[in-house]
Design a protein around this ligand. Structure first.
Ligand SMILES: *Cc1c(COP(=O)(O)O)cnc(C)c1O
Length: 427
């Protein structure tokens, strides 16, 4: 049976039109043989072009000093123009116009900035709704933000329960919950892809529903961007934000991104926490005290951008472009997860339950595997995998998250993972 799996994996790899993308990444290795890296949902791998991209910036800094802000050299862009250039590469990945995207700060910082603009309580509508198992940083951001507004989060921070099996969301139940609380809600903040289960929420339907009730809606796309296709302009949430170091491979601490719907971009009277870099570009350096925000998403920038981090992010985004964007990547990703499930069914059916929903519309690259073996603790399974050069992610109490990503993982790695897991589970 396991030979069958290996053969099938080899066939799938040979037929994979994206197989050459892997060569553009630097893979961790043990004794000169590449590890299996299934944690691109946590920190994506380093593209081979990063070192060169960084060294161009270092050279420009060395030779031009402060003038590097305004003058490029060779293949290095003037630093002034880099955030916009990078926004232009990210925009197609999130289905937005480049003017609706800004690359700045990191995700939690951006959540605070966006809440400052889009939380507009009126009368009884003062509450913010998030999901029950929200990523802790999102929970902390919203609770502390409400406190600064003079609200008591015990009363104004609502959580929506996961009704399907205690972990998953049914769109219908989400819509009903929102309707039931609509008289008291000012804003809804939900994850495009839930980090623990890998479930994809129906961003389009939920957004339309929330907007029809006159409530603001934002999406945390940390686990969605670079993972599943997104159509933010079409779906029309008020805002969205994400980080660039997970599926986008932008490197540790890479600057995050925000989507701000175009009508909000043009509304320069919208409140915001302002800084000089959000000032309208042509008059920014007149250094006057009055603030005239840029009439696009860049009007939310505060500071001059972290150029070295942006330079590290750029090669990764160019690889998405070279791969042909999200459509071919998604196609391979769906094939990978389907094959992953087949392998698990063959190898370890009774000891592993996949928490992630099976329907293609409801999952991305990640499968969350619930381990239930009598003779070995889940945590030890994770450690044994790591000893074997297989990188996954451990979440209490018994979940291993594994995310084969289409840019650099192979079907053979999936087969190998399943076999190793089976061996560890059957002592
Ligand atoms: C990864 C992740 C974060 C991380 O936030 P940072 O501010 O970038 O450290 C926040 N929220 C979600 C949902 C995440 O998945």
């Amino acid at each position: 049976m396991s030979d069958l799996i290996i053969n099938k994996a080899q066939q799938l790899d040979q037929a994979d039109p994206l197989r050459q993308c892997r060569e553009q990444f630097l893979l961790p290795a043990t004794d000169n043989s590449p590890d299996i890296y299934f944690v691109g949902n946590s920190l994506g791998l380093q593209p081979a072009g990063v070192a060169t991209s960084l060294s161009h910036i270092l050279q420009l800094w060395q030779h031009s000093g402060v003038h590097g802000h305004f003058e490029g050299s060779g293949s290095a862009t003037a630093w002034m123009d880099m955030p916009q250039q990078i926004a232009g590469l990210v925009a197609p990945l999130v289905g937005a116009a480049p003017e609706e995207v800004v690359i700045m700060n990191t995700l939690t910082v951006n959540l605070h900035l966006l809440l400052a603009s889009f939380y507009r309580p009126t009368g009884t509508r003062r509450k913010i709704l998030i999901e029950q198992h929200a990523f802790p940083s999102d929970h902390h951001a919203v609770a502390s933000f409400l406190r600064i507004q003079g609200e008591d989060p015990d009363e104004t921070l609502l959580t929506i329960p996961a009704t399907r099996g205690g972990f998953l969301f049914d769109t219908g139940a989400v819509l009903e919950h929102i309707t039931a609380h609509s008289d008291t809600l000012a804003l809804v903040l939900l994850p495009g892809v839930q980090y623990y289960t890998g479930q994809v929420l129906d961003i389009d339907r939920i957004t339309r529903h929330v907007r029809s009730l006159g409530i603001a809606i934002g999406w945390d796309l940390a686990h969605a961007v670079g993972n599943i296709p997104l159509q933010l302009s079409e779906w029309g949430p008020d805002f969205a934000c994400w980080c660039s170091y997970k599926y986008l491979n932008g490197g540790p601490g890479a600057p995050g991104g925000c989507f701000i719907r175009s009508d909000h971009c043009h509304n320069t009277s919208l409140q915001r926490l302002a800084g000089w870099w959000g000032h309208e570009r042509s008059t920014r350096f007149q250094m006057r005290p009055d603030f005239v925000p840029a009439a696009d998403a860049s009007g939310w920038q505060l500071s001059n951008p972290p150029i070295l981090s942006l330079a590290a992010t750029q090669p990764a985004l160019e690889l998405f472009q070279q791969a042909g964007g999200m459509r071919p990547l998604r196609q391979k990703s769906l094939q990978m997860t389907q094959f992953f499930r087949e392998c698990l069914q063959h190898c370890c059916e009774r000891k592993v339950t996949v928490l992630t929903p099976e329907s293609p519309a409801e999952h991305g690259c990640q499968l969350s595997l619930e381990i239930h073996a009598d003779d070995i603790a889940g945590r030890d399974v994770y450690n044994r995998l790591l000893e074997a050069g297989i990188h996954t992610d451990w979440r209490e109490p018994n979940v291993i998250r594994a995310a084969p990503v289409p840019l650099y993982n192979t079907f053979s790695e999936i087969a190998h993972f399943a076999q190793s897991l089976a061996r560890i589970l059957q002592p």
